[in-house]
Design a protein. Structure first.
Length: 350
């Protein structure tokens, strides 16, 4: 089968690889679509970061080279021994987490931050291929009215939904989102789905601001306006009830912390390639906090799929599909250059 194999920084090989065998408790999926994630870009341009290199992952036994892809949907085409409740032809989204189940975090139900966490597509051969083999517990069935294209977006939208919950906001609150990439867009959708109407999105790129504005969002250019002053005016001096950093750059973090209400969180859901200088005094003076957010849970997946089934998500203007053969130029390079926002790879167009 054809697959996108990562061999190191700047080295992607679209090539033929053997199909994996289906073991007990596993299923084979014919991949519908696979999204290129920001973490995939980090691996390609600055990695290996998360992908094991020189030492096999403790849960999967894999290291470089491997097939990328952890944001994907597919159709069940083969079922391994012992799998129940799954039928050939089922259309599914995949929650691509490998967890140990025994560490203190897993024991507390916080498996999304497992001490040995792994990802299908980063620590095992992933979904940027014609087929892939996954443990059956990763599957989430898609309703009839949720397409495979939307199914491939469940993973990043669940990242955003999980982060949105950690902000602890309620209807009537004010939430600020910094960054209007796919996760920032997902945060806007998630917060609106939770009943939070007053969501402001801060993004310096006119292209990205335009894309999310067409979905109905209120935006501001943080490089051209005094964000803390505007937020203070909007909230009668109270400050935001939650800020979300989906930008991953120092100015966004500093501005978010200046705009945050007392005792409230800034939820960090970005990937930081380098350490940032953080004005912690703002946290001290307001007894505020920085709250990290990693991955998602099964309940986040179910919530996103339910919202999708209700027609809540709209991909107009920010998502497009490409053939596997174009994954470097029209995928990785276009995303890195800011020419595109979200790209789904269609393995049927190998």
């Amino acid at each position: 089968m054809r697959a996108v194999v990562y061999r190191g920084p700047g080295d992607l090989d679209i090539t033929d690889v053997p199909e994996g065998e289906v073991g007990p408790g596993e299923v084979r999926l014919r991949v519908g679509f696979n999204g290129i994630c920001g973490s995939d870009l980090h691996e390609y341009y600055a990695g290996p970061i998360f992908i094991p290199n020189g030492e096999k992952h403790p849960l999967t036994g894999r290291e470089l080279p491997l097939t990328l892809g952890h944001e994907f949907s597919g159709t069940v085409v083969e079922i391994g021994a012992g799998v129940e409740g799954v039928t050939e032809g089922d259309r599914v989204a995949v929650m691509p987490l490998y967890t140990c189940g025994t560490c203190s975090r897993c024991s507390e139900g916080r498996y999304n931050v497992c001490a040995q966490i792994g990802f299908h597509g980063l620590m095992a051969d992933g979904g940027m291929a014609e087929t892939t083999v996954v443990p059956a517990h990763m599957l989430h069935p898609l309703p009839e009215n949720v397409s495979l294209e939307m199914g491939a977006l469940v993973e990043p939208m669940a990242v955003a939904y999980h982060a949105a919950k950690l902000g602890g906001v309620n209807p009537g609150d004010t939430a600020l989102v910094f960054g209007a990439g796919p996760i920032g867009i997902g945060l806007w959708f998630a917060l609106r789905g939770m009943g939070v109407e007053d969501v402001r999105v801060f993004e310096p790129s006119a292209t990205r601001r335009g894309a999310i504005e067409r979905l109905g969002a209120q935006t501001l250019d943080p490089t051209a306006q005094d964000v803390p002053a505007i937020v203070a005016d909007l909230t009668n001096g109270r400050g935001a009830d939650a800020c979300y950093d989906a930008a991953g750059v120092a100015p966004a973090v500093a501005t978010a912390l200046e705009s945050l209400g007392a005792g409230r969180p800034m939820v960090s859901v970005a990937i930081y390639e380098t350490p940032l200088v953080t004005p912690l005094l703002n946290l001290v003076l307001g007894e505020s906090r920085i709250q990290g957010s990693l991955c998602y849970t099964h309940s986040d997946y179910r919530a996103v799929i339910e919202l999708m089934a209700n027609g809540h998500y709209d991909t107009t203007g920010w998502m497009e599909k490409i053939a596997m053969r174009d994954v470097v130029e029209e995928g990785f390079e276009a995303l890195h250059a800011g020419r595109k926002m979200k790209v789904l790879v269609d393995p049927s167009l190998a």
